[in-house]
Design a protein around this ligand. Structure first.
Ligand code: SAH
Length: 195
């Protein structure tokens, strides 16, 4: 069972990177016509922080016994639910990129023909991609029964959300004005109808 869970965790991580790479390739074409960039160095650092906070604990859990101190008792059915939620969060992550289309970027920027997306998942929440990161972080503890596989990524996402969301919304308000203001009235930030 442990080998099965380790293989699945690695598979989820690799699929995540493949999805990201695919959209980064598309971004290489669209980013040439950007008209505004916000705090690129800070944004790059946040991106790296999140990346490390996900990848390093996963690799330690799979390939070493360093994180054994953080192992907690958990029934197998919870691990299985974690695996299903893991694939769901991956699909959710893919959908957010897909629905953002050419407007997507890994850091904060506005492109020449930037379109405000307010449909699909975006009709309910303004930051579904960050919500998918939070879900992705949470499912780790269900799959591994080890709180150290969740804590660093969870903290990194919370830090990222606190720093990035206000800057991103300010940038979007400056760009789209009343349209974004109205969109803010109709949607929540991270959890539909709640927050
Ligand atoms: N915060 C969003 C998008 C993350 S990608 C999410 O969590 O899904 C970051 C880029 O998306 C930003 O540079 C911004 O230009 C763009 N963006 C954010 N919200 C957008 C929206 N509703 N429509 C179009 N572009 C958006």
């Amino acid at each position: 069972m442990l080998i099965f869970l380790k293989t699945l965790l690695l598979t989820l991580g690799i699929l995540n990177l493949i999805i990201r790479k695919q959209f980064e390739r598309r971004y290489k074409i669209t980013h040439q016509n950007k008209v505004k960039i916000v705090a690129p160095v800070r944004e790059r650092m946040l991106y790296l922080l999140v990346m490390f906070a996900f990848v390093v604990p996963d690799l330690l859990w799979v390939f070493s016994s360093w994180l054994i101190f953080a192992q907690i008792p958990m029934p197998t059915w919870v691990n299985i639910i974690g695996v299903f939620l893991g694939f769901f969060s991956l699909y959710f992550f893919y959908q957010t990129h897909q629905q953002q289309g050419d407007n997507w970027s890994g850091t904060l920027e506005i492109k020449q023909n930037h379109q405000l997306v307010t449909k699909g998942i975006y009709q309910y929440i303004r930051h579904p991609m960050y919500a998918s990161f939070l879900l992705n972080s949470f499912v780790r503890i269900l799959i591994t029964a080890n709180w150290m596989t969740m804590l660093p990524s969870f903290l990194a996402i919370v830090i990222m959300c606190f720093i990035r969301i206000p800057s991103e919304e300010k940038m979007m308000l400056e760009t789209f004005g009343e349209d974004y203001h109205q969109y803010m009235q109709k949607s929540k930030r991270l959890i539909p109808f709640v927050l």
